[in-house]
Design a protein around this ligand. Structure first.
Ligand SMILES: [Zn+2]
Length: 171
């Protein structure tokens, strides 16, 4: 009896988009980030469980190895596939999501303030700073990295400067 339920096309599409047709085992074990010919695998090997959480895009070879129970060698575990899949989803989201990561307000007393991002960027971002001050002020940015930046405000008197900042990656 074949009670294999195919994933609904909507869930399937989500898996294809989230993975960008990258095989998480190729990526995690071989560093291969290229698009692969593949299929959507059921992580728990139960073809009737087609929840998004239970699906992963695998290349043909890795899918065959994953589903094979006859193998003499240690087979891939569910935890391995789920871990690598989730890592791959995060990496892809970071790489392809070009929306600004941060847009916040800050302040400092005329002088130097170091801003630390709460989540590291995958690459050095662009940072734009807009001082909000009634008095003239100049500023300089330095040490922009994946983890934050330093902004140095200069005002004529020692005063508090509010500022907006925006950090983003190239689209
Ligand atoms: Zn693969």
């Amino acid at each position: 009896m074949n009670n294999r339920k195919k994933p609904t096309s909507e869930v399937e599409t989500q898996v294809l988009i989230k993975s960008r047709r990258r095989c998480c085992l190729c990526w995690a074990l071989e560093g291969n980030q290229n698009e692969r010919l593949g299929q959507i695998a059921h992580v728990d090997r139960n073809p009737s469980n087609s929840d998004f959480e239970n699906l992963a895009y695998l290349c043909l070879e890795h899918h065959a190895r994953y589903d094979s129970r006859a193998s003499q060698s240690k087979g891939f575990t569910e935890t391995e596939v789920k871990t690598y899949r989730d890592e791959l989803y995060r990496l892809i989201a970071q790489k392809y999501d070009s929306r600004p990561f941060y847009s916040l307000d800050g302040w400092c007393r005329s002088g130097t303030r170091t801003v630390t991002f709460t989540v590291a960027f995958p690459a050095t971002p662009h940072v734009l700073v807009s001082p909000i001050s009634k008095k003239p002020c100049t500023y300089a940015l330095s040490e922009i990295s994946t983890t934050g930046f330093t902004v140095n405000f200069r005002t004529e008197q020692h005063e508090e400067v509010a500022f907006n900042w925006l950090a983003f990656l190239d689209g």
